[in-house]
Write a new protein. Sequence first.
Length: 285
Amino acid sequence: MRIFAQGWSDNKDAPGQRWIVYLKGCNFRCLYCGNPESMRSEPEVMFYRDRVKAVAPEQCCSHAMECASCRTFECVKKWRHPAFELAGEEMPAAVLAEKAQRMRHMIDGVTFGGGEPTLQIHELLEVLTALRNLGINSAVESNAGTETYADIIGKVDYLISDLKAGTCGGYRRLTGSGDETVRRNLTLAARKQRELLIRIPLIPGYNMQDEELEAMRDFLAGLRRFREELKVQTLRLHHAGAVKYRALRRPYALEGVEPPSPEQQKKFDRMLADAGLTVLDFHQS
C-alpha cells in the first residue's frame, strides 16, 4: 500500500484509541483539503522554507529546487535536511497487519484515511481481511466517490463517509466531481453497513447556502428509512493544511475564507437532529 503518513487518534476517527494509516492518492480535488500531499498517488517532496533558517540545504540534484518534479529524493533519503519531507512510501498489507498485531495491546483499532483508501482496493481488502482474522477492529474514512467503495461495505467494522454538498453543482464547485456515485454509495452503505457515520464539512461560500444545507438534510433524512439510526457529524472549515500547500508549491484556493461560526454549525446540527438524524460532535466518532 502507498501511504503518506501515520498517526494516532482518540475517539475522533472511529471509537477508541486508533492507529491511523493515511493512504496516498485521491479522485477528488477538494478545495479545503487539509492533506494536499494525499491527492497525487506518486511520492513527492514537501519543502518547508521556514525550516531552513540559517542553515541552507545542500544544493539539490536538479540544481533548481524543483521539488514538484523531483524523483530522486536525495534531499530526504541522503541529506535528511529538516526542511524536506517525503510524502509517499510503500507498506505491504501484510507488514501493516503485522504492525497492528504488535501494537494491539495499546490500540482499539486501525483506521485507514487518505486521500481515498478505496483507490487501493485490492491491498485495502487484503489488510481488512487480515485485521478481521486477527480480531482487530477496522475503520475506513472515504469520500464515497469511487466505484470500488461498494467493495468494502460489510467488510470493514466502522465506515466513515463524506457528504460534501447537497447538489451536483455544489459538489463540482467544491471537489471537481459530481455527486451521482456518492449518493448511490451512501444509499448502499445506509442499507448494508452496520456501523456508519456520515461527515459533512461546512465550507462558507460553497455548501452553506440554504439550498445546499436543506438538500443535504433531505438526502440524509431519506436514508433513515434503511436503518434505525443514522449518525451524522459536521466539521467546520479550518486552514491547518495551508502550510502544506506552500510546501508543495501549490495555491490554496480558500486562503482568507472565514470558517463558519460555532453558532452556524449548531444551527445546522439542529436542522439535522429535527430531521431524525443522530448528530455527534467531533469527539463522538
